[in-house]
Structures are given as structure tokens and as C-alpha cells.
Design a protein around this ligand. Structure first.
Ligand code: FE
Length: 230
């Protein structure tokens, strides 16, 4: 079996949010959100059982989905995707509104949102698929949505379109200095040949020469949390 075939399935990138029985908010990045039927308007999300949002959706029976814009910064995705609501309040410093079902609806970088009431759930092992009837939805911005594929391309740091010519030459002669480093927390790979456009790090800067206060563009981890790869 060639598992790479699975990577050819296309997805979007969303923030799925809910609330606990005590009214605490949490949200997480999810790529598995899909419409199931149009009559009634019904959607489904697949959430990992270990995630706090899974617990909250189970408790409250409601959830919201924010569809993220293609230009959503990695830092924002890192906050909702690589940090746990058990450690931080993700809604602090995040723009959101309370939906008709009481769910927090993230508005930052959101082009559209949906709010749903759980009608069914399916235990699929590591995850639960929650099925919900949509009770409210709106489009907020006419911008393209983030796709999972695009996110991975950005994550790999292909954002800088052109690299200066001297870098091209340097690359050939000093290949050994271009070691890649992987973030132990979120898996982001710093590739010196690409730099980190999100923090104005140009292509050609070796990991060792990054400023001491440079942090993972996805999850915010410090340089110490990176390990050399290759
Ligand atoms: Fe990271």
C-alpha cells in the first residue's frame, strides 16, 4: 500500500470550537470538516479523543467551525493547532463572538463560519466523528480559503519566491552548512535554503545564525527545541 495516495486527498483548514459544561471555551485546528447533506444542512467533523475540544463537544453537544483564510499566519495556526487548551487560554487575544448555541466562534482570519448542534456521533477509534445540524452560518470575507495542501507548502517555507543569486552559488559550494532542523514540538522544519519569510529571515541563513530570540513560526517554540535532521 502506498500511503502517499492519502496525501492526494484535499482538505481545508478550520478552527473547530466548543465549550465545556462550565462554559469554558476551547478550539482547535481541524482539517476534517465536511458537509454531509444539504437537506437538512448537515456537517461532520473528526476530532481526536485526546483533544480538549473533543471533550467539550461531547459535553455541550454543540460546536462551531471557522473557515480560515489562505493568508492566515502560521503563528495563529500554531496557537490553535499545536498548543493545548489545557495549558493556555486560546481565546485570550483572539477575536471571537458567541454564537446562537453559545459556542465561541473564532473571527480572526475567518472567511466564513458555521454553528452546529450535534445529532450523531461515530466512534472510529482514535477519533470521534461528530455529525451536526447547522443552525447558523455566515460569510465574513470574500477571500480564498486555506487548503491543507497550501498550508503544507507554506509550512515547508516555500513562501519566498526568489532567492538571491549568490545564495544559489553558495548552496553548491557550501552544501554542508545548510542543515535542516526540525521543531520537536510541532514538526516544522527550518530549511536554511528557504529561510523564514514570516519572521523576515532571508534564504541562506544557517540555523546556527538565526537570532537567539527566533522562535518556531508555527508553535512558538524556542531554538533549543529544534533538532538537526538529515
Ligand atoms: Fe514548532
Amino acid at each position: 500500500m502506498n500511503k502517499k495516495a492519502l496525501h492526494k486527498i484535499s482538505y481545508g483548514l478550520y478552527v473547530v470550537s466548543s465549550l465545556s459544561k462550565n462554559g469554558e471555551y476551547n478550539g482547535q485546528i481541524a482539517n476534517t470538516v465536511f458537509q454531509i447533506t444539504s437537506e437538512p444542512v448537515r456537517i461532520a467533523v473528526s476530532l481526536n479523543k485526546e483533544n480538549l475540544t473533543h471533550k467539550y463537544v461531547s459535553e455541550s453537544g454543540v460546536f462551531s467551525v471557522s473557515v480560515l483564510a489562505q493568508d492566515t499566519p502560521l503563528k495563529f495556526i500554531g496557537k490553535f493547532g499545536f498548543k493545548s487548551g489545557r495549558d493556555i487560554d486560546k481565546f485570550e487575544g483572539t477575536e471571537f463572538k458567541k454564537g446562537t448555541l453559545g459556542t465561541p466562534i473564532v473571527l480572526d482570519h475567518t472567511i466564513a463560519y458555521l454553528e452546529a448542534k450535534v445529532t450523531d456521533k461515530l466512534d472510529v477509534g482514535t477519533h470521534t466523528i461528530f455529525v451536526g445540524d447547522v443552525v447558523d452560518a455566515d460569510v465574513l470575507l470574500e477571500k480564498p480559503p486555506m487548503t491543507y495542501d497550501y498550508y503544507h507548502k507554506v509550512k515547508r517555507g516555500t513562501a519566498p519566491k526568489t532567492a538571491p543569486t549568490y545564495i544559489e552559488e553558495q548552496k553548491k559550494t557550501e552544501k554542508k552548512t545548510y542543515k535542516k532542523y526540525r521543531c520537536k514540538i510541532c514538526g516544522y522544519v527550518y530549511d536554511p535554503e528557504l529561510g523564514d519569510a514570516s519572521q523576515d529571515i532571508k534564504a541562506g541563513i544557517p540555523f546556527e545564525e538565526l537570532p537567539d530570540d527566533w522562535t518556531c513560526p508555527v508553535c512558538g517554540a524556542p531554538k533549543e527545541d529544534f533538532v538537526e535532521i538529515d
